[in-house]
Design a protein around this ligand. Structure first.
Ligand code: DAH
Length: 337
């Protein structure tokens, strides 16, 4: 048995592998199901018990040696002829690096725009309780305003839990935990029970903004939004505010930005109006300040909330919301930066 092992060792050592076919032949001959090593293992059964351990170890070592021979050969090098593999002027393989998702690009851009004027970033949970998503934001129980947002309730023993319908829930968490002055933005994913189409999805992303201090006025809100619009859509961008309603702000407004695609001349994207709706905003309702432990006689503030998909749609002319979550590489690869 010992001689057989020594012989096989010599045989393995003498093999020269030059092509992928040689490598396969080597594998079959020595390591295959009907190969020489298998035969040795069979024969091990006939060895007297006292010798089994040492002989077994020797066969194992031989097997490892054969495996190492196979693992160490570089099939690429074997395949290509020597001259070619030494060609130092040959271009390198293409670098397959990934790209950032368009929503990530827009989020980072918006975050850095607000960071420049002193806003911090805050985050909150996607599974939220009734207090933070609704009650503290001045949505009275059974008030029809709750129907503005089709909520996904969570089927669990706590009937109060749902997927957050907006990132305004994070303002409540921030105000409960920090003393003014507060300047923060909260990016995150939100959920609504809507049929999926080119214009709506059951999940999407928002950025919420909140500024609380002494003497914050509506004009501060307007200037902040004008600064934001110019930073995102270019120096010529203008904003206009249309009066609106949200339970958590009073007064409330809808914000439009001048259409940069047609320079406000009118096109299919702005439906010939020259304006594009980009967010909601307003002065934080005193009831919300009180609910979060901030004295509304001492402090005031503004808030705003925008959809990231909408901003990315306008910046990159994305025509169908579903593209953001379908992982089609042809779509994603357009956002090389
Ligand atoms: N939470 C609102 C929504 O999801 C957006 C919003 C509107 C946020 C006005 C605000 C605001 O902070 O002031 O539709």
């Amino acid at each position: 048995m010992k001689e057989k092992i020594a012989l096989l060792k010599e045989k393995i050592q003498s093999v020269r592998i030059k092509t992928p076919e040689d490598a396969e032949k080597f594998r079959v001959a020595f390591l295959g199901a009907k190969g020489e090593l298998k035969a040795l293992y069979q024969e091990l059964k006939t060895v007297p018990d006292g010798d089994k351990k040492t002989i077994g170890q020797e066969i194992n070592a031989l097997k490892k040696m054969a495996e190492d021979v196979l693992n160490q050969i570089d099939i690429e090098e074997v395949k290509t002829d020597k001259k070619h593999s030494n060609d130092l002027s040959r271009p390198t393989y293409e670098n397959q690096s990934g790209t950032l998702h368009p929503l990530t690009l827009v989020k980072s851009e918006i975050v850095s725009i607000f960071e420049k004027i002193g806003f911090s970033i805050s985050e909150g949970p996607e599974i939220e309780d009734d207090w933070h998503n609704f009650s503290a934001l001045n949505f009275p129980a059974d008030h029809p305003a709750r129907d503005m947002q089709d909520t996904f309730f969570i089927d669990c023993p706590n009937p109060e839990l749902s997927l957050r319908t907006h990132t305004s829930s994070v303002q409540v968490r921030v105000m409960e935990n920090q003393k003014p002055p507060i300047r923060t933005i909260s990016p995150g994913r939100v959920y609504r029970n809507e049929a999926i189409s080119a214009r709506a999805h059951c999940f999407f992303h928002q950025i919420e903004g909140l500024y609380i201090d002494k003497n914050v006025k509506f004009s501060d809100l307007k200037q902040t939004l004008a600064y934001f619009a110019k930073a995102v859509f270019g120096d010529k961008a203008k904003i206009r505010l249309r009066s609106s309603y949200f339970p958590f702000t009073e007064p409330s407004a809808e914000v439009d930005v001048s259409c940069s695609l047609c320079e406000s001349k009118g096109c299919s994207v702005c439906k010939n109006s020259g304006w594009l709706e980009i967010m909601g905003c307003g002065m934080v309702d005193p009831n919300v300040l009180s609910a979060c432990g901030i004295d509304p006689t001492e402090y005031s503030g503004f808030a705003f909330g925008m959809g990231l998909e909408r901003i990315a749609q306008l910046k990159y002319r994305v025509s169908d919301l579903r593209l953001y979550s379908e992982n089609d590489r042809r779509f994603l690869q357009q956002f090389q930066y």
